[in-house]
Design a protein around this ligand. Structure first.
Ligand SMILES: [Zn+2]
Length: 703
């Protein structure tokens, strides 16, 4: 598609909207579900009534209403107070939030060309709208007036935190800049939002078009039946009946790399994966990343920070790039050494088998699997039957009931955006409604890769009454193969627990205001802590049952699983840390970078001494985290890892299902984002988090 400038799009859109106005005003409003009070259960979005033609009008109206609400705050005759300024701002934009939540959830989970085109059209409108608020000098003057008298106001901790963050948010958005600088900032913001969108869309196109197709059974050598069946299904859905296809989606790629004895095909598939966005084709992302990084650096300089990482990290628990780099470096050497040893062990197998080649990145999964079978005498195939999706889901429900007394009730009367979506009502032990949980498990062409938790509404209080949240979990888990339920890998089991933790955070949230500010490096605490329970023998007994025989996973298998918990941790840690360093490298560049993306990345990795058999977990051209939300923040997962391992120690000390500890942890989840994260953490744990439990859990500490 030809690229148009953002300004052209605004003009075009304005013309279109003007032309449509008379009709839109009557019929569209009458039928548009966004304009009606929701009469669905729990005021859930009426997906059965929402059609693509409803969005644009609704977005436009949402923008208009929020602007009118802001104008009314600014025009207020009374002196600025917390209630008439900060609380009023927090309460503005509800209509727009509802529309955005639905639209952007679908843009990730169930997209199509129409939605993608609309997203490109909306991006400059929303970017300009946000700037109209954050660069509104009169609004800022009112916020500042409240902020300046904060000592004299009797505010709750949540209110103080909201005020502080609202004020800082204005400064960080450029409220103190002169008019010329503000104008430049608006252009930068608009370009960044367009470029970010384009990056994601091209990445999806690349992922969908990157695969290998196998014509004859010779290409299936080494693959177990279940993997062959999956390949046949994938080919069928591509219209290639009678062949086998393996895509660069992780559930398809990983088993192929693990089991295929065809080294040439492993190489083809892995290359297809790690060259996404870097093939010099129409969907190449190199130029886009360069522009994004350049614009981010410029924005940081404009706002008075040496680099974009300095700008971002000021708001994090880590505070500055030096702290992040010192933290990453502390982990790097022991992890790299571990991964080198793992590579040596795999090379020994290759040599013993007279392979006659050096271990390469496309060999890692294959020989890691062999090594695991050799050392721990079990493989992924043996485990999967104990982890049918339904059983894992029930295991998580059981855990939540034991910890928090929660009940999960399946609902059939909530409108859904795809027939595969399941909805549950979450209730307290007392029967009190907590919120809704939507779950959408399997890959589809319209879904982006990975797994995430989001929502259609966050919790807050309206006139003293709690508005309950609507949380979502979206995954790309292995589909059921013919004749069997979906059988998950251990990674997928962990992912499910992980995303469920994010959802619990959303469901437990108990803040009066909608505005919350969770530092990115604390965001993964609620999710990662859940992974600790996934393979605890006490819990496994309750959910890991063979999907055919119903037999509980044998204790010997659990022991092997535990014994193997440090297996491949060198690789896992190194590929993750390499991506974290790469993210920091891109965001600590100052000035304009006319850098060539490939050589920049290669240089950053060479400086680390990364071994050639490991590719960073995400290369630049498909590093979606770094582009959308985790810029100078990919390190957050392992930073949160320090928190989650240390927090889990509390459960280990008191018993992994201890209700009192769980209640205290729930308080932390309920308040996260409404008070300083470290303060909340210390209130739960009684002390600062320690790094040792994390190092130990990854085998990076000798004891
Ligand atoms: Zn997460």
């Amino acid at each position: 598609m030809k690229q148009r400038s953002a300004i052209q799009i605004i003009v075009l859109l304005a013309v279109v909207l003007l032309a449509l106005q008379p009709v839109a005003a009557q019929s569209a409003l009458k039928d548009n579900p966004f304009f009606k009070a929701r009469n669905t259960p729990f005021q859930a979005p009426p997906f059965d009534k929402i059609a693509k033609e409803h969005y644009l009008t609704a977005f436009k109206e949402g923008i208009r209403r929020e602007q009118a609400e802001i104008d009314a705050i600014v025009a207020g005759k009374k002196a600025p107070t917390f209630a008439n300024t900060i609380a009023a701002m927090d309460h503005s934009g509800l209509f727009l939030s509802d529309v955005s939540a639905v639209f952007y959830a679908l843009l990730s989970a169930e997209t199509n060309d129409d939605l993608q085109a609309m997203a490109r059209d909306l991006s400059p409108l929303l970017s300009a709208h946000n700037d109209n608020i954050s660069l509104n000098a009169k609004l800022f003057a009112r916020v500042k007036a409240v902020y300046d008298q904060r000592q004299k106001l009797a505010l709750t901790p949540e209110e103080s935190f909201l005020l502080e963050n609202t004020y800082k948010g204005f400064i960080r958005s450029g409220a103190l800049l002169d008019e010329t600088q503000k104008a430049r900032l608006r252009v930068i913001n608009e370009q960044l939002s367009m470029l970010g969108l384009k990056f994601g869309q091209q990445m999806l196109a690349e992922t969908n078009s990157s695969r290998i197709v196998i014509d004859s059974p010779a290409g299936l050598a080494g693959l177990p039946d279940s993997v062959r069946a999956m390949g046949a299904d994938a080919a069928k859905s591509l219209g290639l009946e009678g062949k086998w296809a393996f895509t660069t989606q992780v559930p398809s790629m990983t088993p192929f790399l693990q089991y295929s004895t065809r080294r040439d095909l492993r190489e083809q598939l892995h290359r297809a994966y790690f060259m996404r966005g870097d093939r010099d084709n129409a969907n190449d992302n190199k130029e886009i990343v360069k522009q994004i990084v350049g614009l981010r650096a410029e924005r940081a300089r404009l706002l008075g920070y040496p680099t974009y990482a300095h700008f971002v990290l000021e708001e994090r628990m880590a505070k500055d790039p030096a702290t992040v780099m010192a933290f990453l470096n502390r982990l790097w050497s022991p992890a790299l050494e571990r991964s080198r040893n793992e590579a040596v062990e795999m090379q020994a197998i290759i040599d013993r088998e007279k392979g006659g080649f050096q271990l390469a990145s496309w060999d890692w999964w294959h020989y890691a699997e062999k090594l695991r079978q050799e050392k721990y005498a079990f493989d992924d195939k043996q485990l999967r039957p104990y982890f049918a999706l339904e059983n894992v889901k029930n295991g998580i429900f059981t855990l939540c009931e034991k910890l928090y007394g929660l009940k999960f009730i399946p609902l059939g009367n909530i409108p859904i955006y795809h027939p595969e979506v399941q909805v549950y009502e979450v209730r307290e032990a007392s029967g009190v409604h907590v919120g809704l949980l939507y779950m959408d498990f399997h890959p589809r062409p319209g879904k982006r890769g990975g797994a995430w938790s989001g929502g259609f509404r966050r919790a807050y209080y309206e006139k003293g009454k709690r508005v309950a949240p609507l949380s979502t979990i979206v995954c790309n888990f292995t589909r059921p193969a013919a004749g069997a339920p979906a059988l998950l890998s251990i990674d997928e089991v962990n992912t499910f627990f992980h995303e469920f933790g994010h959802s619990l955070n959303t469901l437990f949230s108990d803040s009066v205001y909608r505005g919350r500010s969770v530092p990115r490096d604390a965001v993964e605490l609620p999710s990662q802590i859940m992974e600790n329970w996934a393979l605890e023998p006490e819990l496994l007994k309750l959910y890991a049952r063979h999907y055919q025989s119903g037999e509980v996973i044998p204790a010997t298998l659990v022991e092997k699983l535990k014994a193997s918990s440090l297996f491949n941790q060198g690789f896992e840690t190194v590929e993750y840390l390499a991506a974290s360093f790469l993210d920091m490298a891109w965001h600590t560049v100052s000035g304009d970078t006319a850098t060539d993306v490939r050589s920049f990345e290669a240089g950053a990795m060479a400086a680390l001494g990364l071994i050639p058999a490991i590719v960073p977990r995400y290369r630049t051209t498909y590093f979606n985290h770094m582009i959308s939300g985790y810029a100078a923040g990919y390190y957050s997962y392992i930073w949160s890892g320090v928190l989650d391992k240390d927090a889990y120690e509390a459960f280990k000390e008191k018993g992994i299902f201890d209700r009192a500890t769980a209640n205290s942890f729930r308080q932390l989840l309920a308040k996260l984002g409404t008070e300083d994260a470290l303060t909340l953490y210390k209130r739960f744990r009684g002390a600062e988090p320690k790094i040792e439990p994390l190092l130990k859990s990854r085998g990076l500490l000798q004891d």
